[in-house]
Design a protein around this ligand. Sequence first.
Ligand code: BGC
Length: 413
Amino acid sequence: MRKFMTTTAIALAMMAGAAQAAENVEVLHWWTSGGEAAALDVLKKDLESKGISWTDMPVAGGGGTEAMTVLRARVTAGNAPTAVQMLGFDIIDWAKEGALGNLDEVASKEGWDKVVPTALQQFSKYDGHWIAAPVNVHSTNWMWINKAALDKAGGKEPQNWEELVALLDNFKAQGIMPVAHGGQPWQDATIFDAVVLSLGNDFYKAAFIDLDPAALGGDKMKEAFDRMTKLRSYVDDNFSGRDWNLASAMVIEDKAGVQFMGDWAKGEFLKAGKKPGTDFVCMRFPGTQGSVTFNSDQFAMFKVSDDKVPAQMAMASAIESPTFQSAFNVVKGSVPARTDVPDTDFDDCGKKGIKDLAEANANGSLYGSMAHGHANPASVKNAIYDVVTRQFNGELSSEEAVTELVAAVEGAK
Ligand code: BGC
């Protein structure tokens, strides 16, 4: 009897081991900050509870620039990861190369067509086939204000550019650094998304979605660059190269007044135990309330050997479950990638994010984020990054920047 039990136990253990070995995903991602890692953990644990083990392939670097370089090297070496965190046009670029698998079976079984917003499906589908599973919707036109500093300044949230400048001057007078910023091209570009949007929806669309040379090279764009110069005067001397989460920490630790950053910043505030409305205030970049520049993290599934496909499908299915969508996005700072997830568990900033997104979608004021790969392919995005960063660092005047911007975009198209 004892011998029988032991043999059975061994057999069971072996079966479990085999199942586990088959159900494994290697995931390449750039979620390495405190808040991001906490959200990633929700995904890891969810998959583990379904018997799918996780091989982690983190590549630090906000916005995913470095992750995309590592991915290219892996695919070139014939060793694609199972699933890859990816943004917008990058997904489509890989699909065009024929590198991605097909999620149609799970998508149609679960009715993704009906619940994933069309703005996201544009990037989750290629040639009519599902190629990626959207995890969330982030947006870039947010600002995160230290509540104590705002209260000292009178407590009023700035509604336009002039009020924003007045608030930043007030922070300076209070003796705290007005703007927490990390000088990395993608962070400069994230602010630029909001600044361009603040000069009008039509302008944002003409410049970044339509790539209209008249908008890229016109007076309004010059004004956008002038605003960047002004914002540059409110950052500290050590901003160059600073990671975005360290900039968030400056606001969290009362060392700076505000950070202009996508709503992944909220993940850092929450991880530090800070409460919206009490410790920090979330609002849209002044002048952009009613409009949203979005980006969505999706897991693109690469073509892998047949034995790995079931794990990809299981991961995709787990990601789209409404319960997971709520649990993950509550921690991440983003909002669900499905329209049928209740906002019950979200804090006020999350509820606002969900409402703003639905309204912008209904009103035609929802645009892909230039900075986060949802307005153009990487070639164009990187060309814009280059000009924005050089101008922000004082290497180009606003006049020179508009001229360079037109040329850079034309060259990259
Ligand atoms: C991603 C976020 C991420 C942020 C900073 C964005 O491009 O969509 O998920 O938290 O970059 O790394």
